[in-house]
Ligand binder design. Structure first.
Ligand code: NAP
Length: 247
């Protein structure tokens, strides 16, 4: 069955792979990202492959823009049945150096951005009596990570929001799960490596229990399953995709 799926952060990293997986199985996909050129390029590639896909440039922390984008999705593709919230930012700053402004910005994108996107699409799922929601959190919120307390706190909020919505909407046919990734090779990992904020890729791989970096496809495959008909009895769960970094 062809479903309407929204993917945020679809212009880069795991959001690209998640969108590709949905398109490959025949879903109609709306790709949202703050980087309009990047997300349009990904969308065009999906269309070239025969998919029905649209792109929307949107900052997920801008509530009005999110609701406008979802209205466009409804008009062009239909009511939203699936959403994966992959848009996110990170930063490496010691706790005492985090300014109130950067704390607010982190929360605005990672946590409030997730809130905005979910509030915009849940009415469609309630009306249809079926929905699949996957939030992308972080294994850092499970393990703790130094110099990222604002990021970790925002992702801890995403995990808690996921569980709360899972309980609230379980009787309405909507499942809500979170994937807390760990060490997935994307620009978000390459940037801090290049800036010397993380060890080299080789060192990270040497520390990884499975002996390799995760790929965006590793995340996308888990998302595709959680957003399938067969996953209807799985809700409120943290499905770690981290190569054994956090057990
Ligand atoms: P990525 O390659 O940087 O992709 C994130 C995408 O989100 C980028 O296209 C980014 O655009 C976009 N974005 C940033 N702020 C946005 C906003 N306000 N509104 C809409 N889009 C926005 O990173 P990734 O590794 O795929 O990360 C995806 C998710 O996984 C994130 O939530 C991240 O926190 C989480 N995560 C990643 C890892 C990992 O190992 N990679 C581990 C744990 C959790 P710009 O590039 O223009 O900023």
């Amino acid at each position: 069955m062809s479903r309407v799926a929204v993917v945020t952060g679809a212009g880069s990293g795991m959001g690209v792979a998640i969108s590709q997986h949905f398109a490959a199985r025949g879903d109609r996909v709306a790709l949202l990202d703050v980087n309009g050129d990047a997300v349009e390029e990904v969308t065009q590639r999906l269309r070239d492959g025969g998919a029905e896909a649209i792109s929307c440039q949107v900052d997920v922390s801008d509530r009005r823009a999110v609701f406008a984008a979802i209205e466009t999705v409804r008009t062009e593709l239909g009511a939203v049945e699936i959403i994966v919230t992959s848009a996110g930012i990170e930063a490496f700053v010691p706790f005492l150096e985090i300014s109130p402004e950067s704390w607010e910005h982190m929360m605005a994108v990672n946590l409030t951005g997730t809130f905005n996107c979910l509030q915009a699409v849940v009415p469609d799922m309630l009306a249809g009596g079926w929905g699949r929601i996957v939030t992308i959190s972080s294994s850092s919120a499970q393990s703790g990570t130094k110099n990222m307390s604002h990021y970790v706190a925002s992702k801890g909020g995403v995990i808690a929001l996921t569980k709360a919505l899972a309980v609230e909407y379980a009787p309405r046919g909507i499942t809500v799960n979170t994937i807390p990734p760990g060490f997935i090779e994307t620009p978000m990992v390459h940037r801090p490596i290049e800036a010397g904020l993380l060890p080299s890729m080789e060192e990270l791989i040497a520390r990884a229990p499975v002996g390799r970096a995760g790929t965006p496809d590793d995340i996308a495959a888990a998302c595709a399953f959680l957003c399938s008909e067969e996953a209807g009895y799985i809700t409120g769960q943290l499905i770690g995709v981290n190569g054994g970094w956090y057990l």
